[in-house]
Design a protein around this ligand. Structure first.
Ligand SMILES: [Zn+2]
Length: 97
């Protein structure tokens, strides 16, 4: 997402995490038994912090599972997208969802 899109997030939102060159990428693949599987890393927004005196500043904290958590600042926004913006949602890929 774009850095400004961070400001639309709310606690409880689910985001997907992708990072080029790593295994973190939203993709669909055919499993060993022929079933369609998805590789999606979902994180849950746990808090959104903004600063009145510094309107461009934002910190979005997220959690993945029980023990993994982190923080998104505008520099990291490109690695996250909302579920509705997921490339796997493309209706033209033949999966219908
Ligand atoms: Zn995705």
């Amino acid at each position: 997402m774009k850095p400004r899109d961070l400001f639309t997030l709310e606690r409880g939102d689910i985001l997907h995490y992708e990072e080029p060159g790593t295994r973190f990428k939203c993709e669909r693949f055919t499993g060993p038994r022929g079933g369609i599987k998805e590789n999606v890393t979902r994180v849950k927004v746990t808090s959104v912090k903004t600063w009145k005196r510094d309107p461009g500043r934002i910190e979005v904290r997220w959690q993945h599972g029980l023990y993994t958590h982190g923080c998104i600042t505008p520099e990291h926004a490109q690695y996250f997208h909302k579920q509705e913006d997921c490339p796997l949602n493309d209706p033209n890929d033949g999966q219908g969802w």
